[in-house]
Design a protein around this ligand. Structure first.
Ligand code: ADP
Length: 391
């Protein structure tokens, strides 16, 4: 059980990666703009050369056929599908009709993602009916959250009858980076970690002895931090205010909160942190404000997450911003003055590498580049092996 194909069918894109056991490189690709006239696929071949092909107006199914055609000369033992919302599934699952029905039933909670995952699963089941295929859920890692962390303070019936609760996302990333930091620190998955996954989507997590005890995202990936284009937490009465005073319908409000808010909404300039840091250095007030809101809310969230942990052994930065931005890391640490963190400013200059960057006093601080594909492949391998053993 060595070569694993990982597939991530997003709302308008498909990512694939073939992880080969006897090579330290990966063969991967990205099909994007699916369903538009600009659909295309690009990636890295087995010779580690770049390729790019226009796909006309290809949809998910057509793009996947092109991707699989490119991969058909390779042997792989199992396919792992990333699935954003697994409801209350606690671990990765070997895909059968029950699992497909469950992903379908959970689509109301992830209407852009779960239907796209099902297209991918359906297509690869038809192409490789005899291969074990596994669904790895972004939500599963957070199923260890205690009741007090996952209940909203709303009538309990909404949870019991409609599944309205906090689920959390980025689970494969939080699991991967905390396990990695713990291993590098010689802690064998013991102790308490705070994680800041900072990309276009961002979330924090509190992890104790390898288990998620709380996380900032909730029913959907909109809750929590200020993100690239997502608002994160707002007063829940905002919907009522906008509907009553501006006449906005639910779709308009949802679009504003998911696509027009966050760093983009405050700066009016960009959702991209690099652009905002540059603009802020040139004196752009709104870019500076967006960064300040991002950092302040992140620090508040980490402080809140600390309530879940008996002790804090370390803080981990990951995701595009967390892995690459010394500037943001330094600002976050300065915004958490009561936790005893001390940053080594030289080590903090490191980008995109596993490194411990604290100055030796207080809790550890780590940069751990995330690798969701590796974690999905690991879980896929495990589930497929278990299935073989019990067959
Ligand atoms: P996604 O959530 O889509 O996977 P990424 O994890 O790739 O996103 O993160 C994208 C974010 O990382 C962008 O806001 C980008 O500006 C930011 N980023 C990447 N490199 C840097 C850098 N050197 N400094 C600051 N931000 C960076």
């Amino acid at each position: 059980m060595s070569n694993i194909l990982v597939i991530n069918c997003g709302s308008s894109s498909i990512k694939y990666a073939l992880l080969l056991d006897d090579h330290d490189y990966r063969i991967y690709g990205l099909a994007e703009n699916l369903g538009t006239p600009n659909a295309r696929i690009s990636g890295i071949t087995e010779g580690q050369e770049k390729f790019e092909v226009e796909l006309g107006q290809a949809d998910h199914k057509q793009a996947l056929e092109v991707a699989m055609e490119r991969l058909k000369k390779f042997h792989f033992d199992a396919i792992g599908h990333r699935v954003v919302h697994g409801g209350e599934m606690t671990e990765a699952q070997l895909i059968d009709q029950d699992v497909i029905d469950h992903i379908k039933a959970t689509s109301a909670l992830a209407p852009l993602h779960n239907p796209a995952h099902l297209v991918g699963i359906d297509a690869t089941l038809k192409m490789y009916p005899d291969l074990p295929q596994v669904a790895v859920f972004d939500t599963a890692f957070h199923q260890s959250m205690p009741e007090k962390a996952y209940h909203y303070a709303i009538p309990k019936k909404l949870y019991e009858e409609h599944g309205v609760r906090r689920y959390g996302f980025h689970g494969t990333s939080h699991a991967y980076v905390s396990e990695r930091a713990s291993t590098l620190a010689g802690q064998k998955n013991q102790g308490g970690w705070l994680v800041a996954h900072l990309g276009n989507g961002s979330s924090t997590c509190a992890i104790w002895n390898g288990q998620s005890l709380d996380t900032s995202m909730g029913l959907t990936p909109l809750e929590g931090l200020c993100m690239g284009t997502r608002s994160g937490d707002v007063d829940p009465s905002l919907h009522h205010f906008l509907a009553t005073n501006l006449g906005w319908d639910l779709d308009r409000i949802d679009r504003m909160l998911n696509r027009e808010s966050g760093l983009l909404g405050i700066s009016g300039l960009s959702n991209d942190m690099r652009t905002l840091i540059d603009a802020s250095e040139q004196g752009n007030h709104d870019a500076t404000l967006a960064i300040e809101v991002f950092v302040y809310r992140l620090a508040k969230s980490l402080a809140a997450m600390s309530c879940a942990l008996p002790q804090i052994d370390g803080l981990i930065f990951t995701g595009g911003i967390g892995e690459n931005s010394a500037y943001i890391r330094e600002k976050v640490i300065k915004s958490l003055p009561h936790f005893g963190f001390s940053l080594d400013s030289e080590k903090n200059k490191t980008r995109g590498q596993e490194i411990r960057i604290d100055a030796g006093t207080g809790p550890m601080i780590w940069i751990i580049p995330t690798d969701e594909e590796s974690r999905i492949a690991q879980e896929t391998r495990q589930v497929a092996l278990n299935a073989l053993e019990t067959a």
